[in-house]
Ligand binder design. Sequence first.
Ligand SMILES: [Zn+2]
Length: 397
Amino acid sequence: MLSLSAFILSLLLVTTGVYAGNRAWEPPIHYAKAAIAARDLSGVNNIYFNGTNVSSDYHAHQKRFFGISSPATTGSYPHLWPSGNIDACFEDRTHQHDGATKHTRDILYDNLITARQLWRQNGLDDGDGHFRFNILPEDDAGCERSQRSTHLLIMYAGENVRKMSTSVGVDQPRGSPENNGPDSDLGPTMILTDILDIGMGNVVANYAHEMGHAWGLHHEHQNPKWWSETVTGVERAKFFFDETNFICENLADFDAQMVPYANEPDYVRRGHRNEICRDRDKASRSKFAGGFNYIPIDDAGMIDDGQSEPDWLSIMLYPSNAGGKTVGGVKQNVITKLNGDLIGPVSKPSKRDVQGLKKMYGVKTSFFGKILGDKSNPLKNIFDKIRKKDPDSGCSS
Ligand SMILES: [Zn+2]
């Protein structure tokens, strides 16, 4: 799930070690403000950030889905991939893996291809020239350092390293190829682990989640319209997440955040807690990765699909215990439904995940999705009733 996006969390993980036990799902953010937050998180200087933001006027005319909306042609960051086609290159290096020395490609390729297949099986076809995930040979000219801003660099986190992080869409380079900075500063990056006890608890599903970020999707649970006024400051008649069912204290890295405040009065501790558990920018500045990946994103520059309820089956939605601390051998739940029901891990992209990406990229959906899903259509009520009977539907709860 940052403007450098995502990669920033990885820097954080590398540089602090505090998060070693944390689920480190990426911190993707995609717009300018988030970009700033991401830089704060990593401590990286903002020198390459030019303050470009995405016009809200522009977005007002877009169809809605929770992801980035800036087309590849606008020049502003972050933006979508051209027609959703991603050129990807494996980092050209070796790692220790299962007792052998292996190239990045040899560790990640099969599961990544399977993850792309998973999207295809669930409706994200690439037959019409969209949504291609092209993995180039390491010696391809497109994989050269000078081309970093136009390809996705896929890195292995390292054996037993709990780290997963992907740029959301194409983010702004934080450096120039002529300088000595790391390749990961120069363009979109995807860092993958094959540790099982992370995210969905399924390597292929986790890679499919990361692919969703790469194409421009945010976490479903970070859409501010699902959250109460307590967290967003925006009054809502109906909400799905609040501090009654988002238990910030259960995040694996929460306790470490409070250590410096151990001897402060209660009200000071409470104040700090509320800042890092409600304000994503403050969580970022405090390097509180858990909060950063849960707290709703400011929706400026965001689009979503105009639905009235979260997609509980989205592959971009965290299961209840993602990022939770382990107590007595049990990973604690961080988020549940408002009634206390658990959010389970999913193993595939949902219909709304696929439809959302198609909308973001302007790809026509099927007759059904296009016509019957349209709010203005009188058949919609009937359609919704049918959908509710479909256990595969994201609207079942
Ligand atoms: Zn994520």
